[in-house]
Design a protein around this ligand. Structure first.
Ligand SMILES: [Zn+2]
Length: 417
């Protein structure tokens, strides 16, 4: 069971699809409700880059996800605590999530940069284990020691520290501190990392219980366990079974995140292994996945919420989504194109502006170019998952998927920040 009467947090499944894991649900948090499945835009440092919270609300975002590692380094979690928590601090009147910082801290160590390639066949080993580069993080059984990417100062995250930081930040949903591996770690390393993640999960639950009691005057914060195990079926199933049934200090996880190395080709298979083992009634979040075609695979495999920086990151470099694929607004063909970015889109940008204007703004390096393109891309992915939710309610999810996959021509990867 969760912490007694976990005030303000609950998840209800409203409708399950036949012959698949897909379902719709309602996730209730102290700061509001998320109708699932839902895409959760990322505001890494307590802001979705270039877009006001009001505009995020208007484009349909139900919740935002910020990053514990970045907010720990700047401005410091105690500032968010004093402000009354993440949602108040950033003037976002709605639910918030924080990831544990594990991915960011560990990616300093293996040097796999910000982008996890989804296609392992074209993934150069050098991108993963940069032996000739200085390692910025070191993992041991107790935690991770790392060097700040901002000023080189040394820091240490343990499961307890991650819980303390996330409690101070005050998001409605937090994630347990885990060891994120890559597809290129050896099988032996994956096993050791999984054992470590399990031991850390117990410590996260214990510290979470302690902090929840100590901070009983604050709104309840839910804690999700994170399932690792890379591409190995037995490891993924074991991690899901172990964490799914884990109880410590009399509490269990409120939901689960599926993280780590996920090859694009096997994404659905891996999520289905995990969801076959996890308790059905708890919410499932897919960490760092948000390419449009992957969202369909995730929903079909039983994912309730997603987060990803991809939509906003590519928007800032002038790439935009449409129902037929992704294109670049700086292309010369759009110089005199007075159509909206996507004629099927209902966003603020498409309602009011043209490709020609966006083409001009990007070429002129105007700040509003990023704002307008981000509004469009975030609306695109938020709306796409909204459409999946509506299609699930009427039993037409697979019709929507077939129609989308037939039209959308672009494959892209997994992106963290
Ligand atoms: Zn649009």
């Amino acid at each position: 069971m969760s912490i007694d009467a976990s005030p303000g947090f609950k998840f209800e499944i409203n409708k399950s699809a036949e012959n698949s894991f897909a379902r719709t649900g309602t996730l209730t948090t102290p700061n509001g409700v998320v109708e699932t499945p839902a895409f959760i835009p990322v505001g890494t440092k307590a802001t979705v880059k270039s877009v006001l919270p009001e505009a995020m609300r208007e484009l349909g975002a139900q919740a935002l996800l910020a990053n514990a590692y970045h907010l720990y380094l700047q401005p410091g979690p105690e500032i968010l605590d004093e402000a009354g928590g993440l949602s108040k601090f950033m003037n976002w009147n709605g639910p918030t999530f924080t990831d544990s910082g594990g991915f960011q801290v560990l990616s300093l160590g293996v040097g796999f940069k910000k982008v996890l390639a989804m296609d392992s066949k074209t993934f150069r080993a050098d991108d993963v284990i940069a032996d000739n580069k200085q390692r910025l993080a070191h993992v041991d059984d107790e935690g991770v020691t790392f060097k700040s990417h901002l000023n080189g100062s040394m820091h240490r995250f343990t499961p307890e520290v991650s819980m303390q930081i996330q409690h101070q930040i005050g998001a409605d949903v937090m994630f347990a501190f885990d060891e994120c591996t890559t597809l290129h770690n050896t099988r032996g390393y994956q096993e050791r990392a999984m054992d470590r993640t399990y031991a850390w999960a117990i410590r996260c639950l214990d510290e979470h219980k302690r902090l929840t009691i100590e901070r009983a005057d604050k709104p309840y914060q839910a804690l999700f366990g994170v399932i690792q195990g890379a591409q190995y079926e037995d490891l993924r199933r074991k991690a899901a079974k172990d964490l799914g049934s884990l109880e410590s200090s009399g509490i269990s996880f409120d939901g689960f995140g599926i993280g780590g190395a996920l090859d694009k080709d096997s994404l659905g298979t891996i999520v289905q292994w995990v969801n076959s083992e996890l308790p059905e009634e708890k919410p499932k979040h897919l960490l760092g996945i948000g390419a449009p075609e992957d969202l369909f695979v995730g929903v079909e495999s039983g994912i309730d919420t997603f987060d990803c920086v991809l939509a906003s990151r590519i928007a800032r470099s002038s790439a935009v989504y449409t129902m037929t694929g992704r294109y670049n607004l700086t292309n010369a063909t759009y110089k005199r194109d007075f159509n909206p970015i996507d004629s099927e889109c209902d966003c603020y940008t498409c309602t009011n502006y043209t490709r020609a204007y966006l083409n001009h703004l990007f070429h002129g390096k105007e700040m509003i170019a990023a704002t307008l393109a981000t509004i469009h891309n975030e609306r695109f992915v938020v709306r796409l998952v909204d459409q999946m939710r509506e299609a699930l309610k009427t039993g037409h999810f697979f019709d929507l998927k077939d129609e989308f996959m037939g039209r959308f021509k672009h494959k892209s990867g997994q992106h963290h920040d």
